[in-house]
Design a protein around this ligand. Structure first.
Ligand code: ATP
Ligand code: LTN
Length: 337
């Protein structure tokens, strides 16, 4: 039997190059060898306010980009988190196994709540919902970017704690983090990751950016002092980030990039980088348009939700049984209307 992979992306904005290289493009590498479940985690996205008029479009768009990046719905299950009620239900059960102290140590929570007078409780319990997502599918591996490593560690801790407290229930999953491309930095601040919630759009290249946007954003990307194209993340973090993106787009090694741009300076490199990004995104944008026009996405998501409900309800039932909760409404009998 194939091992199972599970991952998720929030529909919290237009996807960017970091999401593409660090997540959705990599997911497609798993679909031949693993039984894959990929989730659009809309319940996670509402931990910060989302306009209810906009959210359905963002959910739809995120799904379309999964397909445009090469995800094959015949091979992998693609679904929306809020279509599968077991996620929120198991999340509560796991909240009662997690501690306030360990959630307070999550760096993403610290970053996102920093300086804010008020934030939702959901932002605090966010990683527990993520643990529920993963554990409901008896997941073996979780492909994610570097920023999610701590959350997957928490998920493992919760699974082990639940198992030792209530008896063997959950499979303990492992994060799979790429050696390369796991953390693409902001074009405006190489200390920060490229993020779709960055208020400054110059910080990220979104998958829907036009050629002009891409040329403009790369031209205005911050650089380091000097003018040589050399890969040195400590001394030249901005150039190292741009070289990482160039390498991901072209497949060239850093030494080859250094050779290609020896004595040429930043402007020539930036021009080549913009061209490489445009070339990488063109087929993705083309496929996105085709899928959008075909209108096929809603039936893919419906089938995906049915399959996800089938699998997750078995695991939820097991967990409820172990905890001694009522099984009067058997989750395995629920049907989508
Ligand atoms: P937000 O800014 O709203 O928190 P995000 O851009 O970080 O969102 P997520 O939906 O949280 O995106 O992440 C989706 C996936 O993309 C995750 O697997 C995450 O690790 C990966 N990812 C996000 N940003 C980057 C990045 N800059 N480089 C590489 N991978 C990334
Ligand atoms: N927290 C993740 C998104 C996410 C996820 C998951 C990733 C939610 N549930 C389950 C992997 C597995 C993020 O912000 N990138």
């Amino acid at each position: 039997m194939k091992k199972r992979a599970f991952s998720g992306v929030q529909p919290s904005g237009v996807l960017h190059l970091g999401n593409y290289f660090g997540a959705i493009k990599r997911f497609t590498d798993f679909q031949d060898d693993y039984d894959c479940f990929f989730c659009i985690v809309d319940l996670h996205s509402i931990t910060v306010y989302q306009d209810p008029e906009e959210l359905p479009k963002l959910i739809n768009d995120t799904a379309l980009y999964y397909l445009a990046a090469g995800l094959d719905p015949q091979k992998a299950t693609l679904f929306v988190q809020s279509d599968v009620p077991c996620h929120a239900e198991l999340s509560w059960m796991l909240e009662c196994v997690s501690t306030f102290g360990e959630l307070s140590r999550m760096t993403q929570f610290k970053d996102k709540s920093k300086g804010k007078e008020s934030f939702s409780s959901g932002l605090f319990t966010y990683p527990v919902l993520m643990a529920a997502d993963i554990l409901l599918y008896d997941t073996d591996v979780v492909p994610v970017g570097e920023d999610q490593k701590q959350h997957v560690e928490l998920c493992r801790d919760l699974a082990q704690r639940f198992n030792s407290r209530y008896g063997e229930t959950f499979k303990v999953p492992e994060a799979v983090i790429p050696e390369f491309g796991a953390r693409i930095k902001s074009l405006q601040n190489p200390d920060k990751k490229m993020s779709k919630s960055d208020p400054n759009p110059l910080g990220y290249i979104s998958l829907s950016d036009s050629k002009d946007d891409i040329v403009n954003k790369i031209r205005r990307a911050v650089t380091d002092s000097g003018r040589e194209i050399v890969y040195s993340p400590e001394d030249k973090p901005a150039i190292a980030n741009l070289m990482t993106i160039y390498s991901l787009c072209t497949g060239l090694e850093f030494s080859e990039i250094e050779e290609q741009f020896e004595g040429k300076g930043y402007a020539a490199f930036k021009q080549a980088l913009a061209d490489a990004i445009i070339e990488t995104l063109a087929p993705v944008q083309e496929k996105y348009r085709e899928y959008a026009e075909s209108g096929i996405i809603s039936s893919i998501l419906k089938q995906g939700a049915e399959k996800a409900n089938e699998v997750s309800s078995q695991v939820l039932k097991r967990a409820k049984q172990r905890m001694g909760l009522s099984l009067l409404l058997d989750p395995t009998k629920r049907k989508l209307s």
